[in-house]
Structures are given as C-alpha cells and as structure tokens.
Design a protein around this ligand. Sequence first.
Ligand code: NAD
Ligand code: ZN
Length: 255
Amino acid sequence: MNLEEFVKKLGLTINPKLHVVVLTGAGISAESGVPIFRGKGSMWENPEARKLASKAGPPWNTRETWEFYEWRRKLVSKCKPNAAHYTLVEMEKYFEDFCLITQNVDGLHGKAGSKNVLELHGNMWKGRCVRCGKIVSLPETPLKNIPPYCECGTALRPHVVQFGEPIDPNVLTAALTACSRAELFFVVGTSGVVSPAAQMPLIALQHGAKVVEINPNPTVLTPYMTISIRGKAAEVLPQLWKTFLLFSQKQEVKF
Ligand code: NAD
Ligand code: ZN
C-alpha cells in the first residue's frame, strides 16, 4: 500500500481550513476488542449474546434489556481506544472545521479524547428516562440496580437507538449539515448498510467532497468512493494521517 499515491490521487492540499468529516462504524473499535455487528467476528457469534438479546425489547427499560446491555457494557469496559481513535483526536485538533460522526455506542471516541462527537445511535454508558426524557450518565458496570431508575421514579432505558427507532433530529441535522459542507470525508469501519449513516458519504460526494474509505473488506459503498484503502483502521488511519501531515508541511506543493 502506497499511501503517498493515495494522498496525491486525492488532489487536495491538506490545511487546517479544510472542512473534514469522519464517519465511523463498528470496525474502528474492532481492534480494541469490541465485536462488530455483522459477519465474521460479530457479537452474534456468541450464544450468550444471542440469548440475552432475544429477551431484550420494547419498552427497553426492563431488567431483561439491561441484562443484555450489562453483558455488552462489561465487555466494552475492558476495551481501550486504539490508534485509530487517537488519530481522530489529533485530526480534531488540527482542522478548524472537523466533525466526527459515529454509529458506535461504545463511547471509545470520547474515552480517547475526541471532544465533539455526534453519536448517531446513542451511547451505552447513558440511560434515558422513558417518562421525562432525562439522559443520565451510567459509567459503572455492574450497575447497582437493574433496571436503573430516573429521579422521577421511572425505570431508565439504555440511551441507544434500537432498530426502527428514529435518530435524535438535532444530532441527525448536525451530521447532515456537516456532510453537505465536507471537502474531505473519511468512512472508517462501516459496512454501509445501516441508514441514514450509509447515505452520509454519498451526500458528501454529491456536494463535491473527496471520500476515503478505510476497511479491510469491500463494502456496498466501495464503488462510489474516491479512494478505498484496504486495511485495518488502527493501522491505516495513523499512517495516512502521518502522510497527510508530511505533505501539509510542504505547503507549496499542490497535488
Ligand atoms: P458492521 O458490523 O455492519 O460493519 C463493520 C465493518 O467494519 C465491516 O465492513 C468490516 O469489514 C469492517 N471492519 C472490521 N474490522 C475492521 C478494522 N479492524 N478496521 C476497519 N474496519 C473494519 O458495523 P456498522 O456499519 O457500524 O453497523 C453496525 C450497527 O451496530 C451500528 O449501527 C452500531 O450502532 C451498532 N454497533 C456498534 C458497535 C460499537 O459501538 N462498537 C459494535 C457493534 C454494533
Ligand atoms: Zn424521569
């Protein structure tokens, strides 16, 4: 893999004024030890996860749902952010207009130090009251009480968007706005089959952005990408960022 060639092919001068958006999926946390959602290495290969998930369901503030989430939270509590998460922290510091959009609920971007993260699908370290809507931080696992309760006396649900549920309109609007003004867009570790996240790189493309995919496997998005880099996020992203920075130091060079 010659990353210099990839960077040249993009035809962009990297500078802090560039509008940059990054969309991440389960693949960015794979090397941290968080199982992905589909295919080989997915959470569903574990029979315990399947059994617990089968008992979880609406209204999502039940003991059964929290037993499934506690299983996931315990697993993720042992995982640390990896080099890809940390690279995005560096990128956020470098670019003046940088937007990180994630489909992940594991909270690892925040743990790495990313400041502004649009969590499309919520965060497993938070609960939400089904009555008053209050969002409560629940960083400890195991929880003292299952289900945990809101101060209004109602059981909380995980602050995670379930299949078929809408994304918080404020979060979605912010993400779509960022996509439409992106000049450089990275899609990292997503299979591109969950909407509306899957449309975001395409929206950016329509508005003229260069879109770079980082994934060890081809996806449904691959045919549309400006560049697809086959590799693991924790290996490719730090190297790619280093290559970008080397080029940015030669500001006079315009590719
Ligand atoms: P997905 O499981 O559908 O796809 C994961 C993608 O990551 C695949 O394309 C795979 O090839 C790629 N991948 C695997 N290892 C990788 C690596 N080391 N580096 C880069 N890419 C790698 O995940 P998705 O597209 O995010 O959709 C799954 C949905 O499930 C999301 O909506 C998310 O909310 C939820 N989910 C979240 C987590 C998490 O928070 N970490 C984990 C599983 C599922
Ligand atoms: Zn409440």
